[in-house]
Write a protein that binds this ligand. Structure first.
Ligand SMILES: [Zn+2]
Ligand SMILES: [Zn+2]
Ligand SMILES: [Zn+2]
Ligand SMILES: [Zn+2]
Length: 249
């Protein structure tokens, strides 16, 4: 969105502010007999128009609804730092997974932690509760053959690393604790060395934003996947020589 459309968008959004909850209204938008608007959530909780005390009609404001469908809405967590804009079709899905709202601690992937809270509090939590798996370097290693989660603080951001071996295959991914557009400023190089110490597989991917479900990251294809046969050649004394190194793009 260019600066002009952004300014126009912002201007039009002002007319969409619900007078009760102050959030931006999405269709259906209801009218009072004097033409004031209210969002559908607040319409259920107030008897009369908060602006003029008149009664509400069973009529919707079609013109405003049509404008709303063409606008980009800011995230409900904008005051916590989420600056992205979304169309009506996408905003509900975004709100459900917004990293600036409440997020789960990445250790939920191991069924190891039930903490949830704000992005900015995760670092303190990780330091206190996952000290052995919290690092302040841009490299992850995880030699064990069991699933592992790590958290790293580097480049002024928090990253999480998840590795699992499932049905003999290896999956490994890194996500930024942030949105996908913030994450695309970083890349991660995965290197797996063979047990003979000579051969290695190396793959570089753009880092993904933090998603509630790590599997959405799998769908993106931006993760290291190594098939069974190769894994067999890489295991030495029940360990893997696998590293993931973060850098800026
Ligand atoms: Zn409202
Ligand atoms: Zn009114
Ligand atoms: Zn958001
Ligand atoms: Zn935790």
């Amino acid at each position: 969105m260019d600066d002009v459309s952004r300014a126009l968008n912002e201007d039009l959004l002002k007319d969409l502010e619900c007078p009760v909850c102050m959030e931006y209204m999405v269709p259906p938008i209801w009218l009072c007999t004097n033409g004031h608007n209210i969002c559908s959530k607040c319409r259920k909780s107030v008897q009369r128009c908060p602006t003029c005390r008149a009664e509400f009609l069973e009529t919707r404001c079609v013109a405003l609804e049509n404008i709303a469908r063409r606008l980009k809405y800011p995230c409900i967590n904008r005051e916590s730092g989420c600056l992205e804009l979304f169309s009506i079709e996408h905003i509900t899905k975004h709100h459900a997974g917004c990293v600036y709202g409440k997020i789960k601690c990445p250790f939920y992937l191991l069924n190891d932690c039930s903490w949830s809270g704000l992005k900015n509090d995760l670092k303190e939590h990780a330091k206190a509760a996952h000290r052995d798996n919290f690092f302040e370097v841009a490299t992850f290693t995880s030699p064990s053959l069991s699933a592992s989660v790590r958290i790293a603080s580097c480049f002024g951001e928090l990253f999480t690393y998840y590795k699992r071996i499932w049905d003999g295959r290896l999956y490994c991914a890194v996500q930024l604790i942030g949105t996908s557009s913030e994450a695309s400023k970083y890349k991660c190089e995965f290197t797996l060395r063979a047990a003979n110490g000579i051969e290695q597989i190396s793959n570089t991917f753009l880092v993904q934003g933090y998603s509630k479900d790590f599997l959405t990251n799998y769908n993106s294809g931006r993760y290291l996947y190594i098939d069974r046969g190769i894994i067999k050649d890489c295991v030495k004394e029940n360990k893997l020589d696998l590293t993931a190194t973060l850098s800026t793009v």
